[in-house]
Design a protein around this ligand. Structure first.
Ligand code: NAP
Length: 329
């Protein structure tokens, strides 16, 4: 079968479509015939060798996919740590979910990482519980605010769709007005172009000096401290990435000055907790079956163009998800 192999450490140029052996399922694993694979920022980091827990090259790339389960033909979408960008994968059954009716394989491949991550970000921020309280008539006083970095990306667009359902006032950053305009069509209320305006200043102005209840932070470096400064009292920064490649800069005195906190979120770790994943899927699948969630697939490329697809993310040219067509390549 064909697969995309990370042939050595480096940038997107190290990706090669190669003939590779069929996967051998371990105990309890299911074989899936892959049709499409979703590209994540983690895939970019993996080619450089900086992704924790990932073996050294040569390695079959890819962390999420959609296709047909070989045992019964069920259309499934799944999450793995590597080897998803190949014509077949041996997958863990608890990390396979049925593709909602009417969705394409590309949409299925764009779902697991973005939507579980975005859901867990709201959960960690306390905003899932807040929305449940509000729905059951418990007075919450005011509409919570969240700042979403890279709002027009894969996780970002998922966070906008979920935030709309939770009744959150959303502020989002992007490098481009065009991307922000498209995120607004999904329900983002306040777009901030960080190339034109400092987002900390923008948040201060837009919230009349109050700040936001939560920040979804995936940039690293100075942005961790800046994100804490965007918080109102008792706010939470959910740290889940470092796209700048820089170590977080944070003076923890800023936290106790306003009762704020910083929470880590890593789907690799959470995905090993079955109860948490099942609980999240219960809510996510209810929303999808009501037609409220639908992945935003901005770009679909054949597997031979994997390097170009990876560059869309690393060069900030993507809107929503970048998906690779795997089958029949
Ligand atoms: N912890 C977890 O479990 C988890 C799970 C999924 C994703 N993540 C993290 O979440 C972030 C988003 O992931 P994604 O897959 O959804 O990617 P993405 O947001 O679709 O693509 C990356 C976007 O980040 C923005 N960006 C800002 N600074 C950047 C920089 N220095 N280099 C490259 N891009 C930069 C760009 O958007 P603008 O041009 O609009 O700024 C770019 O389009 C990544 O940091 C990823 O590692 C973490």
């Amino acid at each position: 079968m064909k697969g995309i192999v990370i042939s050595r450490l480096g940038g997107p140029e190290v990706l090669e479509v190669q003939e590779i052996p069929d996967p051998e399922p371990g105990p309890g694993q299911e074989l899936v015939r892959v049709e499409a694979g979703g590209i994540n920022f983690a895939d970019i980091i993996t080619t450089h060798g900086g992704y924790p827990g990932t073996p050294k090259p040569p390695l079959v790339a890819g962390r999420e996919f959609a296709g047909a389960r070989e045992s019964d033909g069920l259309r499934v979408m799944g999450y793995a740590q590597w080897a998803a960008f190949a014509e077949r994968i041996a997958a863990r059954p608890e990390l396979l979910w049925p593709v909602p009716p009417g969705w394409s394989a590309e949409e299925g491949a764009a779902f697991p990482v973005n939507y579980f991550t975005a859901y867990f970000a709201y959960w960690k921020a306390g905003l899932v519980a807040h929305a449940k309280d509000a729905a059951s008539g418990v007075s919450t006083g005011r509409v919570p605010r969240v700042l979403i970095h890279a709002v027009a990306g894969g996780v970002g667009t998922a966070a906008v769709q979920i935030g709309k359902l939770l009744g959150v006032d959303m502020y989002g950053t992007s490098s481009s007005d065009d991307k922000l305009a498209r995120a607004k069509e999904l329900g983002l209320q306040h777009g901030i172009n960080y190339k034109q305006r400092d987002y900390e200043e923008a948040i201060k102005d837009l919230t009349h000096g109050e700040g936001v209840d939560a920040v979804f932070e995936m940039l690293g470096g100075e942005h961790v401290g800046k994100s804490v400064r965007c918080l109102r009292d008792f706010g939470r920064v959910i740290v889940y990435g470092s796209a700048t490649g820089q170590r977080a800069e944070l003076d923890t005195r800023m936290l106790y000055a306003k009762g704020a906190s910083v929470h880590g979120l890593w789907l690799t770790y959470l995905s090993a907790h079955r109860t948490l994943m099942d609980e999240a899927w219960k809510q996510l699948s209810a929303w999808t079956s009501q037609g409220h969630l639908r992945p935003v697939v901005g770009h679909t490329l054949p597997m031979e163009r994997a390097a170009d697809a990876y560059r869309l993310l690393s060069e900030r040219k993507n809107f929503g998800k970048v998906v690779l067509r795997v089958a029949g390549a």
